[in-house]
Design a protein. Structure first.
Length: 218
């Protein structure tokens, strides 16, 4: 049994403004990749941020295995991993250190963190960048480092926000294959993307327009 995330009637607003998301309902199921599509400003990042516990709901809610997600710490404790659109890497650390710090923070031993880091960076073709500072990496390498960190954490839920936008065709396909591999090991994967071909390769697709959602493929 994997981890299931249920978004039920979710509305999210920033401050006292109008809701960015309105009454969104969808389920992210273990073993499946859910694509979240829609134009810029449609609410894709907002949805993933709410699922990750970073944004409180104005109405409705997000639950993981039947338990309401309270905040980011609670989401992390329940195995919800987020690869953010801005990568979220520490510029003063190397690529390898970014992974190791995240792993050790979850209780992994330093030796195991080093092993997982090496394996995950290799999967993304980044073994040669392990000791490079993040600021020395290209945009695509930074994006792949963030993905490697997300994969190394091995959560039951992987939320990936526009993680192929900086990649060439070969690395884009590599990442898509790895996201499907995560689903294959039983994770629930949610992938926000502008790429119709990438979305078509997913098991289901939720399309957002002006904060409202339609499940176009289930």
């Amino acid at each position: 049994m994997g981890t299931t995330v249920v978004v039920d009637g979710l509305s999210v607003a920033y401050g006292r403004g109008e809701p960015v998301l309105r009454d969104v309902t969808v389920t992210a199921q273990p073993g499946r990749v859910l694509a979240v599509t829609g134009p810029s400003g449609a609410g894709k990042t907002t949805l993933l941020s709410a699922m990750a516990g970073l944004l409180p709901p104005a109405a409705g809610g997000v639950a993981v295995d039947g338990e309401a997600v309270r905040d980011r710490d609670h989401a992390v404790a329940r195995g919800i991993v987020l690869v953010p659109q801005d990568n979220g890497l520490a510029a003063i650390l190397t690529a390898g250190e970014n992974l190791q710090v995240a792993l050790i923070a979850t209780g992994v031993s330093p030796a195991e963190a080093r092993r997982l880091t090496a394996a995950s960076l290799e999967r993304l073709g980044l073994s040669g960048q392990t000791d490079q500072l993040v600021e020395e990496l290209s945009g695509g390498q930074q994006q792949r480092t963030a993905i490697a960190r997300g994969l190394a954490l091995g959560g039951g839920v992987l939320l990936a926000d526009e993680v192929t936008s900086e990649l060439d065709a070969a690395n884009r396909q590599r990442v898509l294959d790895l996201l499907h591999d995560e689903a294959g090991r039983g994770a629930a994967v949610v992938f926000a993307t502008h790429d119709p071909e990438a979305a078509a390769a997913c098991d289901a697709e939720l399309h957002l327009v002006d904060g409202r959602a339609e499940l176009v493929r289930g």
